[in-house]
Design a protein around this ligand. Structure first.
Ligand SMILES: Nc1nc2c(ncn2[C@@H]2O[C@H](COP(=O)(O)OP(=O)(O)OP(=O)(O)O)[C@@H](O)[C@H]2O)c(=O)[nH]1
Ligand SMILES: [Mg+2]
Length: 290
């Protein structure tokens, strides 16, 4: 989107410039709603005063950053970390293959390195290999995994057991891996809402975060999923994965604009270190230089 900078740097936007900006934003997965908002704001500003190119670009960057930071309210500068000396439960949800289990592995690694007492709940009981997969991540990050060895076990029961273990061991961060599910599968979505209810009931004092793992290469399709997950799992944030691939990343703007949820982490690779806390500053600098 580095072309965006040169167009915005040229002063008041004529119709050609607007069309060009619109097409750049849509190609970068920014989505119609957020694109309209950006163009209207830019037009209004540039009509109001003639800005030198650098200032026009600075205005654009600030506009985009403010959009990304809006869901955070006043807590802007606070980095997103589990609270010490209390139980934090992070429920990790999303469609099949979005990167949930990998993200759990990366998060447990960061948490362990940062000195948190951490535990993983293997609540993907849907696929036979899923428990094994999350256990491998647990070994890599040196974090214990609570699983139920039986077949066809109820994932909510695994979560129940894991919360009990977390409470008795003074665990600070419990990461819950869930099965991938499509948002239109009623019974699976009901199962997820049951997991969420168990968490709220069994750990009423815990600090609960419900994170949607979103594959950034899916573009606008990902947003439709997100809307349904948002209600069922009471989402509080989003992890954008696979930003190391072909995705342009504009999806982040669509997510915050349409769902009002903050982006918390970005995944940019398959390795254990390939997860970063989300920073609107870094994100916008990268987006506009790419
Ligand atoms: N390039 C890249 N690949 C990723 C990233 N995150 C996850 N993956 C890959 O995406 C694939 C699916 O990852 P999983 O973590 O198994 O996804 P999941 O959401 O747990 O999948 P299900 O449990 O089957 O729903 C794996 O091949 C991961 O290595 C990322 O940030 N970048
Ligand atoms: Mg998984």
């Amino acid at each position: 989107m580095n072309q965006l900078r040169s167009i915005v740097g040229q002063g008041p936007l004529n119709q050609d410039a607007v069309t060009e900006i619109e097409s750049l934003l849509l190609q970068a997965d920014v989505g119609i709603e957020a694109t309209d908002y950006i163009i209207e704001s830019l037009q209004a500003k540039l009509r109001q005063e003639a800005l030198p190119p650098q200032e026009a670009i600075a205005y654009l960057k600030q506009l985009l950053r403010d959009m990304l930071d809006k869901p955070l309210g006043d807590s802007h500068s606070l980095s997103f970390v589990p609270e010490k000396d209390q139980l934090n439960i992070w429920l990790i949800t999303g469609v099949n293959g979005a990167g949930k289990t990998t993200t759990i592995g990366k998060l447990s690694h960061i948490a362990q390195k940062s000195g948190y007492r951490c535990l993983i709940a293997a609540a993907d009981t849907f696929r036979a290999a899923a428990v094994q997969q999350v256990k491998v991540w647990g070994e890599r990050s040196n974090v214990e995994v609570i699983a139920n060895p039986g077949k066809n076990t109820d994932p909510a029961a695994v979560v129940f057991d894991a919360i009990a273990a977390a409470q008795s061991r003074n665990v600070e961060l419990l990461l819950v891996d869930t099965a991938g599910r499509l948002q239109n599968k009623k019974n699976l979505m009901e199962e997820l809402s049951k997991i969420r209810r168990i968490i709220d009931k069994k750990a009423p004092d815990a600090h609960v975060e419900s994170l949607l793992v979103l594959d950034s290469t899916l573009g606008q399709n990902g947003l439709r999923q997100a809307q349904v997950f948002s209600e069922v799992a009471k989402l509080s944030g989003v992890v954008l994965t696979k930003l190391d691939g072909t995705a342009k990343g504009g999806i982040a703007l669509a997510v915050v604009q349409q769902l009002g949820l903050p982006i918390r982490f970005i995944g940019a690779g398959e390795g254990i270190e390939d997860l970063r806390p989300f920073s609107s500053y870094e994100f916008i600098e990268a987006l506009l230089s790419g």
